[in-house]
Ligand binder design. Structure first.
Ligand SMILES: O=P(O)(O)OC[C@H]1O[C@H](O[C@H]2O[C@H](CO)[C@@H](O)[C@H](O)[C@H]2O)[C@H](O)[C@@H](O)[C@@H]1O
Length: 247
């Protein structure tokens, strides 16, 4: 596997910036609600948004409301739920319909989770995630349950880090990036996407295809990204330096 270099500090000049959240801007935590957004991160995102004239988006598997709840008001575009929902730069929202099968899926997942300590069900507007970070031996059983619920309901299986999710299909982080790039203020700029997870790969591909670049965060692994940063701390340091260079 060819090694990838760190991105140049000037990469954000005239760019549109797309940021994954968990594992990219914040360290992974034992449970979804335990991640911390500190003053340094909030202030960095505000500076980036100002320097790039609003061309900054968070693109997350978390719901938009979850990201807003963590940051409070931020002058950013947010694509949440793996690209299924968007809160645009001007505050307007684009949402799909909630799948009717979700109630049944939530009920089955919760029933499954109560039988084993360490499992956690995360309710989302367009999906339901079964987390097994505290019960790693349940990997196979959790994925088997997700596959069987997907076969019954037609919903999409979304894998993640120590979790498996059933969600509405029809979007991913790649389609989200394309969608965001069609509108002001992103349109006409080079997309730069940073992410750590397999779910981020469609957005890496989209950014590279549109003349920009992907930046893989974390351990080296096969990826469509052009560059790599070793982890969250290096990512925040690079974003701060790149923001200065873009000013
Ligand atoms: O696309 P992202 O912004 O990276 O979101 C992906 C998922 O992140 C969250 O789960 C992950 O982070 C948790 C907190 O660190 C961790 O406990 C869990 O094991 C990880 O899978 C979030 O809870 C999910 O909804 C997101 O899809």
């Amino acid at each position: 596997m060819p090694s990838k270099s760190a991105p140049p500090a000037g990469l954000l000049r005239n760019a549109a910036l797309f940021l994954d959240f968990d594992g990219t801007l914040v360290e992974l935590a034992a449970r979804p609600e335990l991640v911390a957004v500190d003053a340094r991160l909030a202030s960095l995102l505000e500076r980036l948004a100002k320097t790039l004239s609003g061309r900054v988006a968070i693109v997350s598997g978390r719901p938009v409301a979850g990201i807003v709840g963590l940051f409070g008001p931020l002058p950013l575009t947010i694509a949440g739920s793996h690209g299924l929902e968007v809160r645009w730069h001007d505050g307007t929202k684009t949402l799909p319909e909630r799948p009717g099968a979700l109630d049944r899926i939530l009920s089955d997942m919760k029933h499954f989770a109560t039988a084993t300590s360490g499992l956690l069900v995360e309710e989302k507007p367009f999906g339901a995630a079964l987390h097994y970070r505290a019960a790693p031996d349940m990997h196979d059983a959790a994925h088997a349950l997700a596959r069987s619920l997907a076969a019954e309901t037609g919903l999409h299986v979304q894998t993640g880090k120590m979790m498996v999710e059933l969600r509405l299909g029809g979007a991913d982080k790649g389609t989200a990036l394309h969608r965001l790039m069609e509108r002001s203020p992103m349109a006409g700029h080079r997309p730069i996407f940073l992410g750590d997870d397999d779910t981020d790969e469609p957005a890496m591909v989209a950014a590279e295809a549109l003349g920009g670049a992907g930046i893989l965060v974390g351990e080296a692994r096969p990826s469509s990204a052009s560059y790599r940063l070793p982890g969250v701390a290096a990512t925040l340091d690079w974003l701060e330096a790149a923001c200065e260079h873009a000013a």
